[in-house]
Design a protein around this ligand. Structure first.
Ligand SMILES: [Zn+2]
Length: 132
């Protein structure tokens, strides 16, 4: 091998080096393509996982909404009050709409919600609190 190398002409050496450069360049390109393909694959998997998470999250929300709806139709509002779940979107149920705080008590002039009982706060004028 050493003898062969020493007997090469300058032209043969140049050609050999050029060939080596070309094959190294090809190898680098193949590797970078592999790396790019790997990176794309990782991104694709991450996107798929994220989509799966979103879908399962949406399903969970739907199930929770369904549970809340069932709970509301079974007239157990009191039960729900003591088992409050922060993840459940109670406001999504139409029965939860309580309206604005715009009904004024004719006795004590406090503002109340539409469905609050008339005797709340001042017991229909029986209780009179001093001004603050
Ligand atoms: Zn009142």
């Amino acid at each position: 091998m050493r003898d062969k190398r020493s007997q090469r002409t300058e032209e043969q050496i140049q050609q050999h080096n050029a060939d080596a450069r070309v094959s190294m360049q090809q190898l680098r390109e193949e590797q970078s393509e592999d790396t790019r393909a790997e990176r794309n694959e990782v991104i694709r998997l991450e996107q798929r996982q994220s989509r799966r998470f979103t879908v399962s999250r949406r399903r969970t929300n739907d199930q929770q909404r369904q549970q809340v709806h069932c709970a509301f139709t079974s007239d157990s509002f009191l039960h729900l009050v003591f088992q409050y779940e922060p993840d459940i979107e109670y406001y999504a149920n139409s029965k939860v709409v309580i309206g604005a705080l715009d009904k004024e008590c004719p006795h004590c002039h406090v503002l109340k919600f539409k469905n609050e009982l008339p005797g709340m706060y001042c017991a229909s004028g029986k209780v009179q609190l001093p001004e603050i």
